[in-house]
Write a protein that binds this ligand. Structure first.
Ligand code: NAP
Length: 475
């Protein structure tokens, strides 16, 4: 932690005690620091203060809110290096990727600072001459969020920025493995002028306790969750009692498809970026590869040649592309999926070699079949199973054969096929001849059991706004 130059970013660290949470570096196992946790009662009090703060915040003009958010964005970018180091230390991703995430996370703050000024209502032509009909948009109220460890900053700002821009207050529970960069990001928000009670982070050893409080407290009117489908289902059920508004960004099982007519070098480049970013631990990572007969061998050869070059190691070291996975349980789960695939008939084309600690070798599996577990489940690790396919109809059926529908990717240069396939894939996001598609300006989100709602883009702020219809009579 000595390498963090702006010490105000880690001012929240405290001495260890029975009520603190220890944060570990997954690359070294070293304890990075401790943060205070909050009890059920303390979180109840936070919600009460947040409720009061929201009433004041919504009275401020959109222009004023936008100005403060813009300042927060600037501070994030001024502190990009420190935030990135902190993220690599607690999360493991390579420093270059961490810097990219800081910029990506900050981009939502900049974007929603701009969108704050555009939450327009409508005038509606009335069916009677003596009436005038309009709609206005108003903040939902107190918004709560629960976020995962794989994007410790961006998953917070993608929710906090639209909430604050809309005039809501915001309380988030970051993942217990990676709270430090979230707290540092909040610290910069306070320095930018966001009141402490308006944006609060809470943590506790018991994630289910926080989930229960968020879902059962009537002052919280909205819950936005990013994480696994399993936990998403649970939170949705808990929110049903209060009929709370929810946004759910859940798991994925992204197919990455290479057609015979694809530019194979571009497809390999896209496949590497999509599969191995964050050591395969993103919800939009390619989870299974479908390669058409005619280009199967050449794709596999070229792909394996690049995978062999990927350097594994501590994300702070120069040239490292594959950092550690987040925890022992994750490593076991990924290894079990590889072992099971081999048992079921897959061949190791490259990788699957033992690595120390939480590191894992990037692995390519061929002779993979559609009914194998590794194709059905979210791998969340640096493993690429490759399936051979013959025709477009068979391919679409296999690609859609999942409960998930977040991101998918395909490579083809045939414009007719591109349109047909893009329309037939049951996913919220489709990368066409692109392996990395996330941006603050486009709507991020899934269909089926990958979630509800959209983040980013012009749609993102609507998740934190209510539409009110006003009917003026007797005109
Ligand atoms: P997770 O186990 O669902 O955890 C996510 C968050 O939920 C963490 O903060 C966790 O707390 C908390 N949590 C766990 N159980 C809870 C409960 N019973 N009540 C309330 N909160 C609870 O997911 P993960 O393993 O961290 O993240 C990976 C998953 O997230 C993958 O499935 C991935 O696809 C998905 N994801 C989706 C998106 C998207 O935008 N669609 C983006 C990123 C990740 P603790 O940290 O304390 O365990």
């Amino acid at each position: 932690m000595q390498s963090i130059k702006n010490r105000s970013l880690i001012s929240f660290l405290c001495e260890p005690s029975e009520t603190t949470l220890a944060v570990e570096n997954p690359a070294t196992g070293e304890i990075l620091g401790h943060i205070a946790t909050q009890s059920r009662d303390e979180i109840g009090a936070v919600i009460g203060r947040s409720h009061e703060a929201q009433k004041m915040w919504q009275k401020r003009s959109a222009k004023e809110r936008a100005g403060i958010l813009r300042r927060w964005f600037q501070l994030m970018m001024e502190n990009q290096q420190d935030l990135a180091r902190l993220m690599t230390l607690e999360q493991g991703k390579p420093l270059v990727e961490a810097k990219g995430e800081v910029a990506y996370g900050a981009s939502f703050i900049e974007w929603f600072a701009e969108e704050a000024k555009r939450t327009y209502g409508e005038t509606i032509p009335a069916p009677m001459g003596d009436r005038r009909l309009v709609t206005i948009k108003q903040p939902v109220g107190v918004a709560a969020a629960i976020t995962p460890w794989n994007f410790p900053i961006a998953m917070i700002t993608r929710k906090a920025a639209p909430a604050l821009a809309a005039g809501c207050s915001f309380i988030a529970k970051p993942a217990n493995q990676t709270p430090l960069s979230a707290y540092a990001t909040a610290e910069l928000a306070y320095q930018a002028g966001i009141p402490r009670d308006l944006l609060t982070l809470v943590v506790n050893q018991s994630n289910s306790m926080i989930g229960e409080v968020f879902c059962s407290q009537p002052q919280i009117r909205k819950l936005s969750f990013t994480g696994s489908t399993q936990v998403g289902r649970l939170l949705l059920a808990q929110c049903a009692n209060d009929v709370k508004r929810t946004s759910m960004e859940l798991g994925g099982n992204a197919p990455f498809i290479v057609f015979d007519d694809a530019d194979i070098d571009k497809a390999v480049q896209g496949a590497i970026a999509s599969k191995f970013r964050n050591a395969g631990q993103t919800c939009v990572c390619a989870n299974r590869f479908y390669v058409q007969d005619g280009v199967y061998d050449s794709f596999v050869d070229k792909f394996v040649a690049v995978v062999k070059q990927l350097k594994i190691g501590n994300g702070l070291d120069h040239g490292v592309v594959i950092g550690p996975v987040i925890e022992e349980k994750a490593k076991h789960g990924i290894q079990a999926l590889i072992d099971r695939a081999i048992q079921q008939g897959a061949t190791v084309a490259y990788g699957d070699t033992p690595q120390p600690g939480l590191f894992m070798a990037p692995t390519v599996l061929t002779n993979v079949q559609q009914d194998m577990d590794i194709v059905k489940q979210e791998i969340f690790g640096p493993v690429a199973p490759i399936i051979r396919f013959n025709n477009d109809e068979e391919l679409i059926e296999m690609a859609n054969d999942t409960i998930y529908g977040l991101a998918c990717y395909f490579y083809s240069r045939d414009i007719g096929r591109v349109w047909k396939v893009a329309e037939a894939l049951e996913y919220g996001m489709v990368g066409i001849n692109e392996g990395i598609i996330s941006t603050e300006v486009a709507p991020f989100g899934g269909v089926k059991q990958s979630g509800l709602g959209r983040e980013g883009a012009k749609q993102g702020i609507d998740e934190y706004l209510e539409i009110k219809y006003l009917c003026f009579g007797g005109i």
